[in-house]
Write a protein that binds this ligand. Structure first.
Ligand SMILES: NC(=O)c1ccc[n+]([C@@H]2O[C@H](COP(=O)([O-])OP(=O)(O)OC[C@H]3O[C@@H](n4cnc5c(N)ncnc54)[C@H](OP(=O)(O)O)[C@@H]3O)[C@@H](O)[C@H]2O)c1
Length: 229
């Protein structure tokens, strides 16, 4: 049984990733701000062989998040930074506060939470950043998604840098640059459009990668996309 910490597990891809880990008998620490989605996860996985610990917590409040995680477990085998802030806004209207908020949740929080937990991640552990094709250099870009895409680009480079920093500890760090999946975030980004995957389908890939990548993949930004957007 591994212990998996997943931020942003009250809905969407994070919720389904947590569900899959629980179905395979792991201990999941599921974090989100809204209790309702975490309770639904508990109800849905009541008979699953895994163990669920829920934390109703804004993960960008790093110190309380770290302390709450360590009340549930003293070892984190897989840390999945999945929670993200999203903003769709005309670029000339963007403010410093907009950019700081996106960076705080999408870039700074993954870094600070990894720093705060690294001494509890064993050799062979995995830090996985959930990125986006929008943050991949050369990918098709869309109006209004500048702050989100820029923050995900930074997250991808954070993964590459952190893989180097943590190599001597035997901790693997990767990013998955996801394509479209039918979640609330996708609906906000591309209203009325059909996504390339369901969150169930996307989370199957995310979970298998989170579990199996450390043996063969490190310091990579791996694109997971079937259509654009
Ligand atoms: N869906 C797509 O097409 C797509 C494409 C590319 C990349 N992605 C990436 O995939 C990941 C999951 O996205 P999704 O589509 O599943 O989005 P979603 O349905 O909007 O879910 C986002 C999750 O993050 C949580 N969250 C947001 N801010 C948080 C905070 N400060 N603290 C704790 N939890 C927080 C939300 O829960 P609460 O509101 O309860 O806190 C929710 O559980 C994100 O990193 C996103 O950028 C998604």
């Amino acid at each position: 049984m591994k212990t998996i910490v997943i931020t942003g597990a009250s809905r969407g891809i994070g919720w389904h990733t947590a569900q899959q880990a629980l179905a395979q008998g792991h201990h999941v620490v599921a974090i989100a701000r809204q209790q309702a989605g975490l309770e639904q996860l508990g109800a849905y996985t009541r008979k699953a062989p895994g163990r669920l610990s829920t934390l109703c917590q804004d993960c960008s409040e790093v110190a309380p998040t770290r302390n709450a995680i360590l009340e549930k477990t003293d070892q984190v085998d897989i840390l999945i930074h999945n929670a993200a802030a999203f903003l769709k806004k005309e670029w000339q209207a963007l403010t410093t506060e907009d950019m700081e908020q996106l960076y705080r949740v999408n870039v700074i929080t993954p870094l600070r939470l990894s720093q705060a937990l690294v001494d509890h991640i064993p050799k062979g552990g995995h830090i996985l950043h959930i990125g986006s094709v929008g943050g991949v250099a050369g990918s098709l870009k869309f109006p209004g998604l500048l702050p989100y895409s820029v923050s995900k680009g930074a997250l991808h480079i954070l993964s590459e840098c952190l893989a180097v920093e943590l190599a001597d500890r035997g901790i693997t760090v990767n990013a998955l640059a996801l394509g479209s999946s039918a979640t609330e975030m996708f609906k906000a980004a591309f209203p009325g459009q059909e996504a390339g995957s369901t969150p169930e389908e996307m989370s199957q890939y995310v979970w298998q990668f989170a579990l199996n990548a450390p043996s063969a993949v490190n310091g990579q930004v791996h694109t997971v996309s079937s259509q654009v957007p």
